[in-house]
Design a protein. Structure first.
Length: 71
């Protein structure tokens, strides 16, 4: 799980993040961290919709290469 400090850094910098939910690249959510609590994260997508996601998903900078999953 991502720490509060890491989430706050992403929020303050406005850096786009990638939320990897499973092994399928099309299911990734990209956007900007807006808010969070103990279990969820709010991400604003480029189309301005806000998505509520579980904090246990992999959250990384959108600039970083996406991890590969062996299926």
């Amino acid at each position: 799980m991502i720490t509060d400090e890491q989430l706050n850094e992403y929020r303050l910098s406005g850096e786009k993040v990638r939320v990897v939910r499973d092994g399928i690249r099309e299911n990734d959510v990209r956007g900007i961290i807006v808010a969070w609590d103990d279990t969820h994260v709010l991400v604003r997508r480029p189309n301005r919709n806000v998505v509520k996601l579980d904090r246990n998903y992999l959250i990384q900078s959108a600039k970083e290469p996406r991890p590969s999953f062996d299926e």
